[in-house]
Design a protein around this ligand. Structure first.
Ligand SMILES: [Zn+2]
Length: 728
């Protein structure tokens, strides 16, 4: 299962034939720059190349009116003056005699990609197209967009690949009598991360509950194009589609960094996008349980872009892509929308394709402090959507009546100037970023992406191609030195397992292996984890995150020096909790009966994908992650896989998973696949966290928030707490 790249060079044929400063940025070089970037980094060669076909007029008719299609067909025969006159009838649009052909290819590319993904020929892919599509409406071109490729792709997916996997549990969501059972057809999530609101797509699906449209965009209280009231957080769809339009508007944009970061050129110091640019494609998305994810992948929010004037660095798009890959069994189809700074666009596209190919995303860096205005926007979305989504009901957000970005009289604060100074600062930052990224590219990726070290061979274990079965072990004297303080490691079997763990850990730290899984006898798990933490910290890890699930206690004499963050889920309450020692006991599942535990993760730096794990991970920025499934961890394989997949985010994919040697080969296989970049299996029907668990998390959050600012993103009730699934 690979990644498709759909393209046709004819899509560079349309161009602006007259002077128009507004439209000139939508130029053919956008595609060639992106493609050259992919070729230079060897990414194009790793994809399945598909030559785009033209969409048929019947396919265009899935969204557009016959009159509009006929009008566009007619543009092929028009002269320049007539084209200019016709273009003037629309907002920010230009036509060229080849526009009809290009726009049909753009739609065809999106359809081919959907077909390739839905038939299982590839796991995911990118359609590299122009003109863009998300502003285009049933009978109108708008904002450089002619045909709405993503909207047509969504209708096509429903029509041609409609699935009936199960009646989704979200039908049991909040009282919404208008929702009817036939909605068990194909559910499509459209995530629109272009800096502009895709109003065209919103209009097309606003009353359709089988398509969840989730857009985040620059808004500034309606002073950013397209200046629409319906781009705000309280536009939630209509009729049967209530709650299936989610708009997250950014009302304040921060000035770009005036100069390159002082500690350059280490890649870890790449300037950070302002936190508002890292939204969480979250809340309702997991509950919606899409069968296909379409991305309106605009890169005009990327750093240096003259349209967006925002600061998302390229690796942000790798993280966003990774986040979406945990949905819909990884069926993600991205279609290019905006993006007008050629270098920034090219680098962002490369990062996205790397993530689609399963490569770990480079770590994010910089201060992880959410902007007040962004928190207000998130709260407004929660308040507006809560009536429609069970997953938001326990969070209790009130709408923001007096946004901080408005004066007491309700007038929005002034827009940032886009003058020469602003441009110079953006260009300077971009130049610094460019040289940093070049260095990042030169850093060799580890030769082995995933290695598995078992205590004994298992014939039933099926590993994906490219996963290494590691037999080697650390030197006996090293093993014995580390094992000496631990009784549990005295036995030969435990010591042998420890030797393999230590060897694997060293390969992770010296850059030979990206991620790994190691098995240990159950009674030795805590001691092995203790050794792995100490060994990791003494052999080069600067900040180590340990996620221990189940009955595992933090090593008692571990130094609380800020270099290690211990997070225990489902164990005992911490006797002496601190900001680096967090225990989430989850009382709602206690009681002695062995049940699948709810997994609680809310990871703001790379999104609270519906589970709860301390948001603080986002602020901690580890360079090594240890995840241990200890006694009574209670996770089902898909839950363990989701947890592990999410933990690939913060440390550039450097994850060591420690499991009990009695674990099934299925668990080992599924963890190996997610560490190797594949999507975790579906979690199945959605269910909520228990009130007890919610309360436990709320209590936990208060003392932590002053240190871990990203917790604020989780909303009023400490949240993102979702019980993924509880099976009896
Ligand atoms: Zn845009």
């Amino acid at each position: 299962m690979g990644t498709a790249l759909v393209y046709h060079e004819d899509m560079t044929a349309a161009r602006l034939l007259w002077e128009d400063p507004e439209c000139e940025i939508e130029c053919p070089q956008r595609l060639t720059a992106a493609l050259e970037g992919l070729q230079q980094r060897g990414l194009e060669q790793r994809c399945l190349r598909l030559v785009a076909r033209e969409a048929s007029e019947a396919e265009l008719g899935l969204v557009h009116s016959p009159e509009y299609v006929a009008l566009l067909r007619g543009t092929q025969a028009l002269g320049t003056q007539e084209l200019q006159a016709l273009s003037g009838q629309y907002d920010a649009v230009y036509f060229h005699p080849r526009t009809f052909h290009c726009a049909r290819l753009a739609v065809g590319a999106a359809l081919q990609l959907v077909d390739a993904v839905m038939t299982g020929a590839v796991r995911n892919g990118l359609a590299l197209v122009r003109p863009p599509g998300h502003h285009s409406q049933r009978a109108a071109a708008n904002g450089f967009c002619v045909f709405n490729s993503v909207a047509i792709a969504a209708r096509h997916a429903k029509q041609k690949h409609g699935l009936h996997r199960f009646v989704p549990v979200w039908l049991q969501r909040v009282p919404c009598p208008s929702v009817v059972p036939e909605l068990s057809v194909c559910r499509v999530l459209i995530v629109d991360w272009d800096v502009h609101h895709g109003q065209g797509t919103q209009y097309i699906f606003e009353d359709d509950p089988s398509v969840l449209y989730f857009s985040w965009h620059r808004y500034e209280h309606r002073r950013f194009w397209p200046y629409l009231r319906e781009s705000d957080a309280d536009a939630v769809g209509q009729g049967q589609g209530l709650g299936f339009t989610v708009n997250l508007p950014w009302n304040q944009v921060l000035a770009p960094h005036p100069r390159p970061p002082p500690r350059a050129p280490h890649p870890a110091h790449i300037p950070l996008p302002e936190p508002p640019l890292l939204p969480r494609p979250t809340w309702p998305c997991l509950q919606f349980d899409p069968e296909l994810v379409l991305v309106s992948a605009g890169f005009d929010s990327a750093i240096g872009d003259p349209e967006g004037q925002m600061q998302a660095t390229p690796e942000c798009f790798a993280h966003l892509t990774q986040l979406l890959q945990v949905l819909a069994d990884g069926r993600v189809c991205a279609v290019l929308e905006g993006g007008y700074h050629l270098e920034s666009l090219s680098q962002s596209v490369c990062m996205m394709v790397q993530a689609l190919l399963g490569d770990p995303a480079p770590p994010l860096s910089g201060p992880m402090v959410p902007h007040g205005s962004a928190l207000e926007s998130i709260q407004s979305v929660r308040a507006a959507q809560a009536p429609y989504w069970m997953s938001l009901q326990q969070q209790g957000a009130a709408p923001v009546l007096s946004p901080s970005t408005c004066s007491p009289e309700g007038k929005p604060s002034p827009l940032l100037p886009w003058g020469p100074e602003f441009k110079a600062a953006a260009t300077q930052t971009m130049a610094a970023l460019s040289s940093l990224l070049d260095k990042l590219c030169l850093n060799p990726t580890p030769p082995v992406r995933t290695a598995v070290a078992l205590t004994a061979p298992d014939a039933a274990l099926v590993l994906p191609p490219g996963v290494l079965c590691q037999e080697r072990s650390a030197l006996p004297e090293e093993m014995q030195a580390w094992a000496r303080p631990h009784k549990a490691l005295a036995q030969d079997k435990a010591l042998t397992a420890l030797g393999k763990v230590l060897y694997l850990l060293d390969r992770l730290l010296d850059g030979q292996v990206s991620s790994g899984i190691a098995a240990t006898p159950a009674p030795a798990t805590a001691a092995t984890l203790d050794v792995a933490i100490r060994c990791g910290l003494s052999h080069g890890a600067q900040r180590l995150l340990c996620v221990a699930v189940g009955q595992l206690d933090r090593p008692p004499d571990l130094t609380d020096d800020g270099r290690n963050l211990w997070l225990n889920i489902g164990g005992k309450e911490a006797a002496a909790p601190s900001t680096f020692h967090v225990c989430v006991p989850l009382p709602g599942v206690s009681g002695g009966v062995m049940r699948a535990r709810p997994l609680a993760l809310n990871c703001p730096s790379w999104g609270n994908c519906g589970c709860i794990c301390p948001s603080e991970i986002g602020s901690f920025q580890p360079d090594l992650v240890l995840v241990a499934l200890g006694p009574a961890h209670g996770l089902r394989d898909p839950q363990a896989a989701l947890l592990t997949a999410l933990l690939r985010g913060p440390a550039g994919g450097r994850v060591l998973a420690l499991i009990d040697e009695e674990s099934t080969p299925q668990l080992v296989g599924v963890l190996a696949r997610v560490l190797h970049g594949e999507a975790p299996p579906s979690l199945g029907p959605f269910s909520m966290a228990s009130p007890e668990d919610m309360q436990a998390l709320m209590r936990l959050r208060g003392p932590l928030e002053p240190q871990w600012k990203m917790l604020q993103v989780a909303g009023e009730a400490g949240v993102g707490v979702v019980r993924l699934r509880v099976s009896a």
